[in-house]
Ligand binder design. Structure first.
Ligand SMILES: NC(=O)c1ccc[n+]([C@@H]2O[C@H](COP(=O)([O-])OP(=O)(O)OC[C@H]3O[C@@H](n4cnc5c(N)ncnc54)[C@H](O)[C@@H]3O)[C@@H](O)[C@H]2O)c1
Length: 440
């Protein structure tokens, strides 16, 4: 099979597709292609996840419009089936890889999942297959890790025995299907001809531009866009700290700054979490330091954003002090444990960091999150008897809070708002001791 055959298989939808990794990215991608008429195999190493998918049960618990219905439809139609068995991939023509790519405690990329997916795939990969890495990877990973691994383990040569590209995902939990359909993509091919075939393929589900590029450009674009966001958030967080010190209101400042042309100040907050933003800046800079690039801004931004949960603990201590209470043995209600509003995704959650810090300070944190089975339940009951409530995530349920009921449930009338959910005046009018990020 050559690229022309692949293109024909894409156009008449006879190409068989496998999506390796059935998490936040891989499952919706697999389901969307299946819904467009392709036969899709979803591959994962977690048997319980595979079982759930095959039963048509959406494994993602947060608000994910349309996903549960889509999954049911493609499982019922038989277009999507999940498996743990790489042997089943022998019949497939196109492989998308969407496994996790975290960094370790020294900020070094961990490619165990990616390497094991490639090692599983290489021996069963059909002649002429197209392999596309959707996972976010450090610049040069396609050339330095993916290509040698695939060639070495399959015995096939690039552009003769198989074709290779990188098409990073831009989705965000809570909007997975919408983002997949409407956000533009970069199709990084090892050759321009491969990129063109990738465009033909992705245009089946993507309504926006799919731009051709080489692999290094695609790797850089993905990691740069998330590093950009991290740096912007760090800027907003540093401004929030300045506003607190100066006696200002960062939310008002931001609103007025953004009236000035070409200013797009981001939202400050209690920390940055998720699988992507906290690690993609490290993927971007990986390798550059060794090549003599002096890295200052991007690591500093990471440090600022990582320090925000500590700052939340400082605000809690300050409010407790005003109430004549010390933090030791104080019961602190931590509201929200996911990293994002109305999501169940707890990866790198700033709340986890806050809970650890509070425990180190001798406090007794009580966690609530409406989206996480371990922590959900009646929020007012969870708060009852606590010495302070700390909003870490702007879940819709918290935005609807009646501050009067909140105050009555608390032992001490303390509310610390890490997401600008409440107006400071409303807090004060409810006779709460109120602290908020970026507020004096
Ligand atoms: N989550 C997001 O919002 C998002 C957005 C853009 C890009 N990304 C990137 O996409 C990639 C996947 O992220 P995710 O959020 O879907 O991760 P995830 O952890 O939700 O899913 C990864 C899945 O891969 C499976 N897996 C691991 N090793 C495997 C193997 N050898 N074979 C088969 N399956 C294997 C895991 O069991 C898991 O189910 C990452 O590189 C991430 O940076 C994620």
């Amino acid at each position: 099979m050559n690229l022309n055959d692949l293109r024909a298989g894409i156009e008449n939808k006879t190409a068989r597709l496998a999506v390796i990794g059935q998490g936040y990215v891989g499952l919706p991608v697999a389901a969307l292609f299946a819904d467009k008429g392709f036969d899709v195999l979803g591959v994962d190493v977690q048997p319980e996840l595979v079982e759930k998918i095959n039963a048509g049960i959406n494994p993602i618990a947060g608000k994910e419009p349309g996903l549960a219905e889509l999954l049911k439809r493609v499982i019922t139609s038989g277009r999507l089936r999940a498996t743990t068995d790489y042997n089943e991939l022998k019949v497939c023509d196109i492989f998308l890889i969407a496994v996790e790519t975290p960094v370790d405690e020294n900020h070094v990329p961990r490619y165990e999942a990616l390497s094991s997916a490639l090692t599983g795939l290489a021996p069963v990969m059909k002649d002429g297959a197209l392999v596309v890495i959707e996972s976010t990877i450090a610049p040069r990973t396609m050339h330095d890790l993916v290509l040698p691994l695939l060639e070495g383990q399959s015995g096939k040569k690039l552009n003769e025995g198989f074709y290779l590209g990188n098409c990073p995902e831009r989705v965000m939990p809570g909007k997975l299907l919408k983002n997949l359909r409407t956000m533009s993509r970069v199709a990084g091919g090892m050759t321009p001809e491969t990129a063109e075939v990738m465009i033909a393929f992705y245009k089946i589900i993507v309504e926006a531009d799919v731009d051709p590029a080489d692999c290094i450009t695609a790797e850089l674009v993905k990691t740069v866009e998330n590093a950009y966001r991290d740096v912007q958030i760090a800027f907003a967080n540093e401004v929030a700290l300045i506003a607190e010190a100066a006696g200002g209101d960062v939310w008002k400042v931001r609103e007025l700054v953004n009236k000035s042309p070409m200013r797009h100040m981001h939202l400050p907050g209690a920390g940055v979490g998720g699988h992507c933003i906290p690690k993609d800046p490290w993927l971007l800079v990986h390798g550059a330091g060794e090549k003599g690039v002096s890295l200052r801004l991007i690591p500093a931004a990471r440090e600022i954003n990582d320090s925000m949960p500590s700052h939340m603990a400082v605000l809690v201590q300050d409010a407790l002090k005003e109430a004549g209470r010390v933090i030791k043995r104080a019961r602190i209600a931590v509201l929200g444990y996911s990293y994002l509003e109305d999501s169940d995704d707890t990866r790198n959650s700033p709340s986890e960091a806050l809970v650890r810090i509070l425990r180190e300070l001798g406090a007794d944190p009580v966690i609530h999150d409406p989206w996480i089975p371990e922590y959900n339940g009646d929020v007012i009951e969870r708060i009852r008897g606590c010495d302070a409530a700390v909003v870490m995530v702007a879940h819709s349920a918290y935005k609807e809070f009646d501050l009067g009921s909140l105050k009555s449930a608390l032992q001490m009338p303390i509310l610390v708002d890490g997401r600008g959910v409440f107006d400071k005046r409303a807090g004060i009018e409810a006779n709460l001791i109120y602290r908020g990020i970026g507020l004096a």
